[in-house]
Write a protein that binds this ligand. Structure first.
Ligand code: ADP
Ligand code: MG
Length: 475
């Protein structure tokens, strides 16, 4: 058999963050308690009308811009008609004819190499209610009904599970950088339909694709792709490629396999038409340029900046861009003039170490970039060693103290002139004890040391104190 090339296309759904739902005023939030974040619109009560949430449209347009898509002149929604208990209206409001973005592309990194990903379209739609199946009952929770959902449809442009996973992770990071979504797979905020086919190496035509619906974890996407590639390849090897048919399957988490649900012949005709209850809305150049300006510098751009202009290693740069807050912290350090590699080292070893140990995040800790600047300046001027700096870091981050205050409170007095003045003052007030000492009560020595420690709040260098005291008491 000829060498087989796997081909994969993704439909990636992501729930967007917003105060209210995409077409109603109900709260857009996850709740353990069913049916609390709902409104008459979500329940499809007669006479209710959708009102488009502008923030959701803005976020969808941002993603469209990031993916270098063509944006339509007008915002238009379509009705996708089908019946299912999780869809009280009997249709889903989505975008079919004029999505917020078409024909896009974006480069992503896979094992440190750039690959281009082609985007068929990006569209905004509403999520459905969720069904919970029990032994002999099913319950419906309408909290999710009407939650804004952004769907990205890629061209069949991936050739391995690694590439598809890299794309999902890349987009997840972009959503987080833009604060469009937490993109948390654990909360079901990302769900993918995974399309997989194989073809002969020299073929001009794509193979028969199988669609695996609703895979809701990144590891699930990876397993799905690997399983489908091997299942289809094996069938082809055995001369049974006719058994690979256009069908919808589902991923089974327990076995890591996919299971047939329905064939494409049973495909539903959704009878799409323009949603008549939402007037078309002009997407102006002005609005688009405002949105463009709101997009922060994205992870890959930041990474190349750190590699090319600040001499970071690939490893360090990759860690720093993992979260926007970490990358922002790093850039603040650069602005303050801390050496890039020194900053990166501190962030990666000390700061992230502390954060992981204490289950907190970089924007919540008291140790700001300006504190790091203070500390690294002290090392640079040889005032403290790097070992001392680490000790000071550990103390200061715990106590939230200013470095200056911590140093004044904790630095030893090791200047003999300063200590001598203090000792002289103490001795002047203890003439009787000095005489007793000199007459043989040598255990009074500790009494004098104690007085010095009390006077200096324990900061006197003990070795030097004893040395000076011995000298002075000998007369
Ligand atoms: P459908 O008509 O079944 O909805 P589309 O052509 O609209 O199929 O594509 C849906 C998804 O399937 C897209 O993500 C696309 O990239 C992917 N896809 C299409 N053809 C193939 C193929 N031969 N192999 C793998 N993925 C494919
Ligand atoms: Mg869809």
């Amino acid at each position: 058999m000829k060498k087989q090339i796997p081909v994969i296309g993704l439909e990636m759904h992501c729930e967007l963050k917003s105060n209210s739902k995409v077409f109603s005023r109900a709260k857009n939030a996850y709740s353990e308690i069913p049916n609390v974040n709902i409104s008459a619109v979500d329940m499809a009560f007669p006479g209710t009308l959708p009102v488009v949430n502008k923030k959701c449209v803005a976020d969808a347009l941002k993603v469209s811009l990031i993916l270098n898509c063509e944006v339509p002149e007008y915002l238009v929604f379509d009705r996708k008609n089908y019946y299912y208990p999780d869809l009280p209206k009997g249709y889903q409001i989505t975008q079919m004819a004029k999505p917020v973005g078409i024909n896009g592309h974006i480069d992503i990194e896979v094992n440190d190499k750039l690959i281009p990903v082609l985007i068929h379209d990006v569209h905004l739609e509403e999520d459905t209610a969720s069904l919970d199946h029990y032994f002999d009952t099913t319950t419906i929770d309408y909290n999710r009904c009407g939650v804004p959902l952004l769907e990205l449809v890629t061209e069949p442009c991936f050739h391995s599970a690694d590439e598809a996973v890299a794309f999902i992770e890349h987009m997840r990071n972009i959503y987080r950088y833009c604060d469009i979504s937490d993109a948390d797979t654990k909360k079901g905020e990302i769900r993918c339909d995974v399309n997989v086919s194989i073809m002969d190496e020299d073929s001009k035509e794509l193979g028969i694709k199988v669609e695996v619906k609703n895979v809701n974890s990144i590891s699930g996407v990876s397993e799905t792709i690997k399983y489908e590639i091997s299942r289809q390849t094996k069938l082809k090897e055995e001369g049974r490629y006719n058994e690979v048919v256009q069908e919808t399957r589902r991923y089974d988490e327990e076995t890591g396999t996919t299971i047939r649900m329905r064939s494409k012949e049973d495909a539903i005709d959704y009878k799409y038409f323009i949603e008549p209850n939402i007037p078309k809305f002009k997407i102006t150049e002005k609005w688009l340029s405002i949105l463009k300006n709101e997009i922060p510098k994205l992870p890959l751009e930041r990474k190349y900046n750190y590699l090319n202009n600040y001499g970071l290693s690939n490893y360090d740069a990759s860690i720093i861009i993992k979260e926007k807050a970490i990358s922002d912290y790093f850039e603040e350090c650069l602005k303050l003039g801390i050496d890039p590699k020194v900053s990166a080292n501190w962030i990666i070893t000390q700061i992230l170490g502390y954060i992981n140990k204490n289950d907190t995040s970089i924007d919540k800790i008291s140790f700001t970039p300006s504190k790091l600047k203070e500390l690294t300046d002290l090392i640079a001027s040889n005032t403290i060693s790097s070992k001392q700096a680490k000790d000071i870091f550990n103390k200061v981050i715990e106590t939230k103290k200013e470095i200056k205050d911590y140093l004044t409170e904790n630095t030893q007095i090791s200047d003999s002139n300063e200590l001598e003045t203090i000792i002289d003052k103490i001795l002047a007030n203890n003439e009787t004890q000095i005489k007793e000492y000199q007459n043989g009560r040598t255990n009074l020595f500790d009494y004098f040391v104690g007085l010095v420690m009390k006077e200096t709040k324990g900061k006197a260098n003990p070795v030097l104190t004893k040395e000076l005291l011995t000298k002075k008491l000998q007369g």
